[in-house]
Ligand binder design. Structure first.
Ligand SMILES: *[C@@H]1O[C@H](CO)[C@@H](O)[C@H](O)[C@H]1NC(C)=O
Ligand SMILES: *[C@@H]1O[C@H](CO)[C@@H](O)[C@H](O)[C@H]1NC(C)=O
Ligand SMILES: *[C@@H]1O[C@H](CO)[C@@H](O)[C@H](O)[C@H]1NC(C)=O
Length: 378
């Protein structure tokens, strides 16, 4: 008896820890199953099986069915925005009717097309993609305000679908079909959100370099490979088995920022005209369209997925997009365009210094979701 007690005491802490650990796992089994096993299954699917034949057999619909997703009427439009000019980039910003201030800030900062023309000698077009406000009561007043805004800036493209998260794919179709109809000749197409900061000088230099190499079939962004559909009903990314019953999505780039070359944009548009567009996750839907056309995304580590980049010259010298900026956008733009703000020489010591800074900022576990650790070595 005495001996048993001692033994019990000796093992007590370990037993207790194991007991609680088991309890925790059992209580959270469903979410562990969803997250961990979901990823194991989706990576297996993506890397070992990697066949997306089902797109052809299950997601294709007749052209008459497909057009029902994209033939929404324009409320505001600018058919002649692009004209016959040589245009480097058509940049669509997904916005919502009530986000007047965000649009204003973008026009005054990174979306300032006059600045781009004067500084780089290239033409870009920045347009805002909108649907109509979900609440009927607000629509009339917002409509009047949008008409005034549009009169002044001539950059709103609005269709008559209801502007909700679950209609984002309709907004994607608006952008692709608008480019196809009115701005086919623009060399590049980009889509982003109205809370993203784009380092336009870096982006323009990057696109000019690509254009010189005459690359075709390009789709660039932060690439997600082997992502599983979210089956947690409480998530806004929830997708039912009916809508998408396979284990993994085709590779895709998040909707917060990606670039397509003009031929890729055309092909993806054509593919979208043959598919069931009821899958509301717009960036995944684009991935499905690209898959049919055999276009694979190219990873660029300086497109951020969801995260906000640290403000540091060593990062801002290379970044393309950073997500989650609203109030700080003027300040960032001021720094980005100030020739004295970020002077880092290209010497060996400066490069070493920047590598160290980036390792410290980007290579800590759970520390940063802006750019991956490998960005430190680019
Ligand atoms: C789907 O079909 C098209 C031709 O109809 C073919 O070019 C393409 O490779 C197929 N895609 C997949 C993923 O099977
Ligand atoms: C999407 O827009 C269509 C067309 O306006 C509307 O009928 C539908 O209810 C909207 N769907 C969602 C989920 O908001
Ligand atoms: C498109 O997909 C949705 C969801 O899976 C389905 O309910 C609908 O019937 C499909 N439409 C067509 C025309 O196949």
């Amino acid at each position: 008896m005495f001996v048993n007690m001692r033994r019990f005491r000796k093992y007590n802490p370990r037993l207790i820890v194991m007991f609680f650990a088991t309890l925790l796992i059992m209580l959270n089994w469903e979410s562990i199953d969803n997250r961990v096993l979901g990823h194991v299954k989706s990576y297996t699917y993506r890397y070992l099986y990697n066949s997306f034949q089902f797109i052809n057999t299950s997601i294709r619909v007749s052209p008459e069915e497909a057009i029902r997703y994209s033939n929404h009427k324009y409320i505001l439009n600018h058919e002649n925005k692009c004209g016959a000019k040589d245009i480097l980039l058509l940049l669509f910003v997904k916005s919502s009717s009530q986000n007047f201030e965000r649009r204003h800030a973008i026009r005054a900062t990174w979306g300032n097309v006059v600045y781009v023309e004067n500084t780089f000698g290239v033409t870009i077009k920045v347009l805002f993609a909108l649907g109509v406000h979900p609440e009927q009561n607000n629509r009339k007043l917002l409509h009047q305000q949008l008409i005034l805004e549009n009169k002044k800036y001539k950059d709103l493209i609005q269709q008559d679908f209801i502007d909700t998260f679950h209609n984002l794919t309709l907004k994607l179709l608006l952008q692709l079909s608008w480019k196809e109809s009115y701005c086919r000749h623009a060399h590049f197409f980009m889509s982003t959100d109205d809370d993203v900061f784009i380092h336009i000088p870096n982006l323009i230099r990057y696109l000019q370099e690509i254009a010189r190499n005459n690359n075709k079939n390009l789709w660039i962004g932060r690439v997600h490979r082997g992502s599983p559909p979210v089956r947690d009903k409480t998530s806004k990314y929830y997708v039912s088995q009916d809508m998408y019953s396979w284990l993994s999505y085709p590779d895709y780039t998040p909707g917060s920022g990606y670039v397509l070359s003009k031929d890729a944009a055309t092909k993806i548009y054509q593919a979208s005209c043959t598919l069931n567009a009821s899958l509301h996750i717009d960036d995944v839907f684009l991935g499905i369209c690209a898959k049919i056309m055999d276009i694979s995304p190219k990873d660029n580590v300086f497109f951020s997925g969801e995260g906000k980049a640290h403000y540091h010259c060593c990062i801002y010298n290379q970044m393309i997009t950073s997500h989650g900026h609203v109030s700080d956008i003027y300040e960032l733009w001021g720094r980005v365009t100030d020739p004295l703000a970020c002077q880092i020489s290209s010497g060996l010591f400066s490069r070493l210094y920047c590598t160290l800074v980036k390792v410290r900022l980007l290579c800590v576990p759970f520390g940063s979701y802006s750019y991956p650790c490998k960005a430190a070595f680019e």
